[in-house]
Design a protein around this ligand. Structure first.
Ligand code: SAH
Length: 216
């Protein structure tokens, strides 16, 4: 796939509309302006890649809406070299945005086919600072913990304990949508060994965070 002037123009428009919806983090807006979202979609959806909409990807999953990606990424306040754990690799778009901000990204996906496809895509795009894993993200990824930031991109019925425990402290941040059909965004900051500060923010709708890996 190619990244043409037309795609770049559409991205500029998308960034403008995100700004109007209240996204003000310049680094996040620059990353959205830089990463070709159409690379992460099936050719069928190329025309809609820069609409502010969630779209279908393989295995019945969705690529998050650009506003949601910008919102969650802004809450994380990514600094270069932050170690970031993402739960729900999906298309890989959110992982690429984190990588564009200079993070070392560890991303976990429970659908094996989607994991393999996205790992290959990110590799082909030369995102060297994204590491993909197949597994159940509710358990986190203990072998590379602690993480400066943890991002969950699926709706969690409850906050998995393992994800809190894998945050660096003090100061590690977990951003997670919590709820069954509608989710409230939660920003949880680890303040000490067993202490956390918890903020409940806006409402969103995500595909569900499911336990275990998907059957083949
Ligand atoms: N961040 C993705 C959003 C994908 S939608 C993107 O930018 O495209 C959420 C993804 O979370 C789906 O692919 C789904 O399969 C995955 N998921 C759901 N529960 C999970 C779990 N327990 N562990 C890992 N991935 C999970």
């Amino acid at each position: 796939m190619r990244d043409t002037y037309r795609h770049k123009g559409l991205r500029k428009r998308l960034v403008h509309s995100l700004r109007q919806r209240g996204i003000s983090d310049e680094a996040v807006l620059a990353a959205i302006g830089a990463v070709p979202r159409h690379f992460f979609l099936d050719k069928t959806f190329e025309e809609h890649a820069y609409d502010d909409k969630a779209l279908p990807i393989a295995h019945g999953q969705t690529i998050s809406q650009p506003f949601t990606v910008a919102y969650q990424t802004s809450l994380l306040e990514i600094k270069p070299d932050d170690r970031v754990l993402e739960i729900g690799t999906g298309s890989g778009y959110q992982a690429a945005i984190l990588a564009a901000l200079g993070a070392q990204v560890y991303s976990v996906e429970r659908q094996e086919g989607l994991y393999a496809q996205t790992k290959a895509l990110l590799g082909a795009m030369q995102w060297k600072n994204v590491h993909c894993f197949f597994g159940d993200g509710t358990a986190g990824l203990p072998q590379f913990a602690p993480y400066d930031k943890v991002l969950v991109t699926a709706g969690a019925p409850v906050v998995p304990e393992a994800l809190r425990k894998q945050l660096a402290w003090p100061g590690g941040v977990l951003v997670i949508p919590v709820g069954k059909t509608v989710q409230k965004m939660h920003k949880i900051t680890r303040t000490g060994r067993d202490t956390y500060k918890e903020e409940e923010l806006d409402a969103f709708r995500f595909v569900p965070l499911l336990e275990g890996v998907a059957p083949r």
